[in-house]
Write a protein that binds this ligand. Structure first.
Ligand code: UN1
Length: 509
């Protein structure tokens, strides 16, 4: 492991990457520091805005909506096509900014940008497929159909761990659906946000779309709250903790706005006696330790059959001991830093609680590189064997802790999978088709994502992404998630020259 990059190295590469995307870091500098989790040093600074800026952005976006909603959807797709091309061109630059701001290893940071490119391609195709249904009318000479119309301004609140991809899922779909977007990015990742938005602005200019279609407002909780409460925001799409969602959901509902919530996960894998343990080990390690345990989809629990739990734990522990932990910018690193000290503290507290609840830490949990970078929080991903699903196991700790629980019957394993407040992702490792089908059935996993022989994370954009219970119920990205971004009108057209009433009602004057 070579030395961690210096503060100068990191700010220079951030400055250069941002400039190539069209953002001059001097021009956006202000009194809010941007810190890199890679070495805990200051990367740059930005100016924060406030609630009044949100109102202004929503008003301008609302004006852009007046024009954009009548542009034919396939033409709107042309804007998203150009945006996707620019993302492809600047994949490495945006990847660098994501790495420096949130600590993702290069491969995962670029993978995040690839998700952005993928959703643009999906949205371009979708722009010709915003289908409604035609329905048989019970009345002669009548036609019944539904039409999907643009909804209005979409507000996006995104989290640090996917600082740009989640915005792009919302934005690419919103734009082809005819909606402008006002974005409050994570406070921890403003540079990636500004760079992504600059590329979209360039695409907007080049394709002649309304300039105010895309707005970014940097700031803290007051900015988020202003977006939540703004009557001009038709759909508020928010990603973050369950605590955040509990505050946001009712406030948006209060004003009869729509919300789309992507909140916490507590994702498990069931490992049955017939599982291929080699493949299982690889799948679990990526899902549990990858991204330093900071994905909503991170695997936090393994529910393993008593016949395989010891061998699986040994294999996992051996793999964990080999994990290269260090600077995410260095080739070969698989585990980068936690995003800040609070995550490290939450991890230590959770490990302590697990011990008190009968857990045994099998491997990991120690801090690394503290001497080289006292303000950066590198940590060994941990595996903890638990006697059962205790309180701490039922909570989401946003750090790399994998709890291992034993089971005897598949019914018991499925019950454990479901017996947590969250319902995002889940998987089963098995070679037995009946077990796999049982897990996917109506009385199987209760999560929005249920996988077979792959881990819980790393979903493709083609499917709808989201989950049940305290995960918030929202679905974004692929499949028919676009419907949340449009309003449906049901149309009845009478070409009969008569006026028959439905339900056989007679009303003749
Ligand atoms: C998130 O963690 O908020 O499935 C999103 C995955 C990624 C998206 C995660 N495609 O892990």
């Amino acid at each position: 492991m070579t030395a961690l990059p210096t503060a100068e190295d990191l700010s220079r590469s951030a400055r250069e990457a941002a400039a190539r995307c069209g953002v001059d870091l001097d021009a956006v500098a202000g009194d809010h520091p941007v810190t890199s989790p890679v070495n805990g040093a200051r990367l740059a600074s930005v100016r924060w805005q406030g609630a009044a800026d949100v109102q202004d952005a929503v008003t301008r976006a609302g004006q852009a909506f007046q024009a954009w909603r009548t542009v034919p959807a396939p033409v709107r797709g042309g804007l998203v096509r150009r945006f996707g091309e620019l993302l492809r061109e600047h994949k490495a630059d945006l990847g660098t900014l994501v790495s420096l701001e949130v600590g993702k290893i290069t491969s995962e940071a670029r993978g995040e940008v690839q998700e952005m490119i993928d959703i643009c391609e999906f949205a371009v195709g979708l722009s010709r497929q915003l289908y409604g249904k035609t329905i048989s009318s019970e009345r002669p000479g009548h036609r019944l159909m539904e039409t999907w119309h643009p909804l209005g301004v979409v507000g996006v609140i995104s989290a640090f761990n996917f600082p740009v991809a989640v915005w792009s899922w919302n934005t690419a779909i919103a734009l082809v659906c005819g909606d402008p977007v006002v974005w409050k990015p994570s406070e921890l990742a403003p540079l990636s946000a500004l760079a992504s938005a600059a590329l979209l602005d360039r695409a907007i200019t080049e394709t002649g779309a309304p300039a105010d279609l895309s707005q970014v407002v940097l700031g803290g909780a007051d900015v988020g709250e202003a977006l939540v409460d703004s009557p001009g925001v038709a759909l508020l799409s928010a990603t973050g903790s369950t605590r955040m969602g509990r505050a946001v959901g009712p406030r948006v509902a209060e004003r009869f706005g729509r919300s789309l919530l992507e909140l916490g996960g507590n994702n498990a894998a069931i490992v049955t006696p017939s599982a291929d343990l080699d493949l299982t080990t690889r799948g679990v390690v990526f899902a549990a330790a990858g991204t330093a345990g900071q994905r909503c989809t991170t695997m936090r629990r393994v529910i393993a059959h008593v016949d395989v739990v010891d061998e699986l734990t040994d294999r996992l522990a051996a793999a964990y001991r080999r994990l290269p932990i260090g600077s995410p910018t260095e080739e070969g690193t698989l585990v980068g830093p936690l995003v800040h000290d609070a995550s490290f503290k939450a991890m230590q507290d959770a490990l302590e609680a697990a011990r008190q609840q009968g857990g045994e830490v099998v491997v990991g949990g120690e801090r690394r590189l503290a001497d080289e970078a006292p303000d950066a929080y590198y940590v060994e991903p941990a595996i903890v064997r638990m006697p059962g699903q205790t309180d701490i196991v039922r909570q989401e700790t946003f750090a790399p802790i994998l709890y291992v629980l034993p089971y005897r019957t598949l019914e018991e394993a499925i019950a454990l999978n479901n017996d947590v407040p969250q319902g995002l992702s889940s998987s089963i490792f098995t070679s037995d088709q009946a077990e796999a089908e049982r897990f996917l059935a109506a009385d199987g996993s209760d999560c929005g994502i249920a996988n077979v022989n792959i881990g819980t994370s790393g979903a493709e954009i083609g499917g709808a992404f989201g989950g049940e219970k305290q995960t918030g119920g929202g679905r974004e990205s692929g499949s028919d998630a676009w419907r949340s971004y449009m309003r449906r009108a049901t149309n009845t057209i009478n070409y009969s020259g008569e006026l028959p009433l439905a339900q056989g009602v007679k009303f003749t004057v």
